[in-house]
Design a protein around this ligand. Structure first.
Ligand code: CU
Length: 75
């Protein structure tokens, strides 16, 4: 059972420089089970992810971003 809500996290992506990178990142995150929504904000160099914390952890989201080739920055 997957109950108990939704969470939102903003990850800082220092190497996010254009919409093309953003598209790749969005696609990678949308494939992760438990992810409900992805908003890529290129000017702010960050991605905001809505997810179900019972299905996927913030750590797993970071790993997915890094696996896609984008190191996650601090805060
Ligand atoms: Cu790019």
């Amino acid at each position: 059972m997957c109950q108990g809500g939704k969470k939102e996290v903003a990850l800082s992506i220092p190497t996010l420089k254009c919409e093309s990178c953003g598209g790749k990142l969005k696609t990678a995150l949308e494939q992760v089970k438990g992810v409900d929504g992805v908003r890529v904000q290129v000017p702010e160099k960050r991605v905001v992810v809505n997810f179900k914390p019972c299905a996927v952890s913030e750590q797993q989201l970071r790993a997915a971003v890094e696996h896609a080739g984008f190191p996650v920055g601090a805060a």
